[in-house]
Structure formats: C-alpha cells, structure tokens
Design a protein around this ligand. Sequence first.
Ligand SMILES: NC(=O)c1ccc[n+]([C@@H]2O[C@H](COP(=O)([O-])OP(=O)(O)OC[C@H]3O[C@@H](n4cnc5c(N)ncnc54)[C@H](OP(=O)(O)O)[C@@H]3O)[C@@H](O)[C@H]2O)c1
Length: 323
Amino acid sequence: MKAIVYTEYGSSDVLHLREVVKPTPKEDEVLVKIHASSANAADWHLMRAEPFLARLSNGLLKPKNPRLGADVAGRVETVGRNVTQFQAGDEVFGELPLNELGSFAEYVCAHEEALALKPARLTFEQAAAVPLAAFTALQGLRDKGQIRQGQKVLINGASGGVGTFAVQIAKSFGTEVTGVCSTRNLEMVRSIGADHVIDYTQEDFTQNGQRYDLIFDAVGNRSVSEYQRILSPNGICAVAGFTSLSRLFQFMFLGGKKVGLMETAKGNKKDLLFLKELLETGKVVPVIDRAYPLSEVPEAIRYLEKGHAQGKVVITVVQNNET
Ligand SMILES: NC(=O)c1ccc[n+]([C@@H]2O[C@H](COP(=O)([O-])OP(=O)(O)OC[C@H]3O[C@@H](n4cnc5c(N)ncnc54)[C@H](OP(=O)(O)O)[C@@H]3O)[C@@H](O)[C@H]2O)c1
C-alpha cells in the first residue's frame, strides 16, 4: 500500500510517498481502508521535532515511528478475532494515539476503542476533520475550562482547526461565545454560531474592558497577566497552543490556578461518541478549508504550518467516485 513516510526530522521535504507493507490487524484491532485523514499541528511538530522535547518521545536523532497522520475516516476491511463492535464494511472514524500515527496511508490498523461508526450525514472528509481537533476543543473547554451553561466564553483563534470546533462545542453547552479572528474570517466565525466576533487586526480583546468566565486559547500569543486581567473572579483560561518557548513556560509555571496549558488531548471512545452525537444533531459541523490528495501531504503540511488555515485541512485518500 502507499503511505507517507519520513526517516529524518525536517521540513515537509522529508515526507515521501512510499510503498510499504499493508498492515494486519491484531486480535483487538480493525483494519481500515482509509478514505480520508486530516492534518494537525501534531504532524508538523513531530516532523520537525519541535519543540526539541518531542525527540524524547519520538526518537532523539530520527523518528522511531516513520509515519504521520492521526485522524482516520474509512471503511472496515477486516477485523481481529476479538473485535466485537465492528464488522467488514462499517464506515468508521477516529483518532490514532500519538505514538502510533499512520493515517496518511491507504490502510491502517486501529484498536476498536479508538473508533466509532461515522455519522451517516458526514462525508469521509468531514468525519476525518473531527477527531483530534474536536477532542482538543472539548477537553480544553470541559476538563481544563470547566465550562458551564450561561458563561461568557472567549475563543482566541476561533477560525482555525481547533477554534472552529471550540466555538461550536462551547455554544452546545449553552454559553455566550466571543470568537477572535482576523477580518477575512469574521463572517465564517459568526456563521458557526459565535454571538460576538472580534477582529484581532482592529481591536485588542485584552484592552476593551470585557471580562470572561472562560477563555480557550488556540493560539497562545498572549501573556498570563493579560489573561488574568480579563478573567472574571472565578474565571479559567485553558491554553491549547503556544507561539514561543517563553510563552510555553509562562503558561506552564506562572498562570497559577486560573491560566494554564491544557493536557495533550487524548482520543477516547466516550468523547468520540459525545462528538458523534453533536455531529448527528448538526450542533457541530466541520469547517473544511481545503483538501489535498495523499500524494500532496507535504503541500498540506506546508500550508497548515503557515498558521492561517480556515478550519481544517483534510487529506483525500479515496476519491468519492472510487470505492
Ligand atoms: N493541547 C493539545 O492537545 C493540542 C491539540 C491540537 C492542537 N493544539 C495546538 O492548538 C493550536 C491551534 O491548532 P489548530 O489546529 O487550530 O491550528 P490552525 O488550524 O493552524 O489554526 C490557525 C488559526 O489561528 C488563527 N490565528 C493566527 N494568528 C492569530 C492571532 N494573532 N489571533 C487570533 N487568531 C490567530 C488563524 O486565523 P487568521 O488566518 O485569521 O490569522 C487560523 O485560523 C496549535 O498551537 C496547536 O499546536 C494543541
């Protein structure tokens, strides 16, 4: 089968489409014929080994796992003999664990607990856009941010892969949402449910006198003290991203109880089924910026790395008219 492979750290130039052995599922695994995947910041962090700490888990000098891609949407081809939840032909979606990436490929084996049936109303591309980004938004808002109905919530980076899910998930909890984005994304962020939008090229949201009960930061470009100033007395700021190492250390060590990095989001069945329900009821609709074929994963990652995606960048492995 074909897969994107990298054997050294570096820019997108280290990614190559290669012929590799098609995997065989273990007893509790499912072999999925991948129809679509999507690109995430995790892919280029691992590809570049940035920050340097990534090398501790993924190999000091070269990647231990030569494959990338976390999000999967596709059709079950075969199942291991202990698999009870799926059968051949099922349309599924889910996320591979970060140490077992490999969905930029034609096939992948996944543990049955990592998958759920794909919502019927979603295309494979839409389903592949969801898992990692939406887990991040959900776990940031709910677990770190303790989101509650009626709160005033601010999403910084509302137009990106994670941010577009954060806006919609925060709305589904019955909150009043303000999305921060640039001029060209104002309409899109409004259209996915934000009650208010702030154009960061025109207005500094830390200086306009507003306070928030919960801030979810998918950019990581502001200081701890700026956030402390605009949080309500019991407010929480959950930070998902960071723009420099000094910001990272600030969020890790200086934010106290109110401002801090969320844990790395983890895929799990319970949250996948929770998201599936939001997708089936139309409360969350994936926003897709553009799609690249498998052979153009390097271009997709290059585009994502520029930091201005409008929603998700997906990878089409099987075109709609193929099976
Ligand atoms: N903790 C975790 O488990 C976890 C998981 C996934 C991602 N992350 C992190 O979360 C962050 C977001 O990921 P993502 O996938 O959403 O990235 P992305 O899709 O590349 O998001 C880029 C978005 O950020 C917006 N943006 C850029 N500069 C901005 C600014 N100054 N103010 C407000 N918005 C700005 C861009 O909008 P404009 O084009 O309008 O500027 C664009 O829409 C990344 O740092 C990633 O590493 C963390």
